[in-house]
Design a protein around this ligand. Structure first.
Ligand code: NAP
Length: 247
């Protein structure tokens, strides 16, 4: 089976399958991170060459189940996975963790895109914490009057940085106390984030709520068909498939 990864859910599925003789699983990473957290099962890295390339991989490798455990905002690979699985006749399941929803006391501004997020910061200079991923920084070049603190797992390419932007390299999970300290220490006025869901990076929202810091929340892309909310449900599906096939 093939697990499309790059998430905590994919890592959890890989850990659960390691050493289970019924499964021969490979974890696929996009190759964006120079030092990824490696799984305890065989893995590969890099694109397949679109839906056709992925379908060819499924056929060539004799893959019997495809689990798309990519990030909720990784829309292209999820779309490709649906098409490739259908073309190759391979059962497909997507893991999509539930989105965060606003709580009493939250000051969220919902926006449909990263361009809209940059526009929503407004015409006056503000101190902004960007936690949107290093691939999504270009829209903020259009609003260079803000003071940006950019948190990402690895340093973003310099060409994508608004003038004067500061970089904080860090990999979650983060605690609420850490996030509180960061928002206060850097005098953050507004936080920009995707609605990634899950627990690893949710503490920033609680800290922003406690401090009355505005959150610009970028909406999720469309949901792929055939989804479950977590790694446990994906494992239950795999065990069911294995049972049906007498493994
Ligand atoms: P994307 O826009 O949906 O995918 C772009 C291309 O990258 C795909 O067409 C595919 O290339 C390749 N790709 C993506 N995920 C892959 C995987 N797991 N294995 C092999 N190739 C993959 O994806 P993205 O938003 O750039 O995300 C890239 C990776 O980072 C994913 O693994 C995702 O789970 C992870 N990630 C993304 C975010 C986010 O906010 N987007 C956050 C955390 C982690 P080909 O068409 O050539 O096959």
């Amino acid at each position: 089976m093939l697990i499309l990864g790059g998430t905590t859910e994919a890592s959890a599925i890989a850990r659960a399958l390691a050493g289970d003789a019924r499964f021969q699983a490979v974890l696929s990473l996009a190759g964006r991170t120079r030092a990824p957290v490696l799984p305890p099962i065989p893995w590969r890295s890099g694109g397949f060459g679109g839906a056709e390339g992925l379908a060819a991989y499924l056929r060539t490798e004799g893959v019997q189940a495809l689990v798309d455990a990519t990030h909720p905002y990784a829309a292209r690979i999820s779309h490709n996975a649906v098409l490739a699985a259908a073309a190759a006749g391979v059962p497909h399941l997507a893991v999509l963790r539930p989105a965060w929803s606003a709580q009493p006391g939250d000051r969220w501004t919902a926006v449909p895109s990263m361009d809209a997020a940059a526009a929503a910061l407004g015409p006056l200079p503000r101190r902004v914490l960007l936690t949107v991923g290093q691939q999504e920084l270009a829209p903020f070049l259009a609003a260079p009057w803000h003071r940006y603190l950019i948190r990402s797992v690895e340093p973003p390419p310099p060409a994508l940085l608004p003038p004067g932007a500061r970089i904080l390299t860090a990999r979650g999970p983060f605690t609420e106390a850490d996030e509180h300290r960061l928002l206060v220490g850097k005098q953050i006025e507004v936080l920009v984030t995707k609605n990634s869901g899950g627990t690893a990076t949710a503490a920033k929202l609680a800290a922003a709520r406690a401090l009355g810091v505005e959150v610009v929340m970028v909406a999720r892309p469309p949901v792929p068909p055939g989804t479950v909310p977590d790694a446990e449900a994906a494992l239950a599906w795999l065990h069911q498939l294995a049972t049906e096939r007498g493994a």
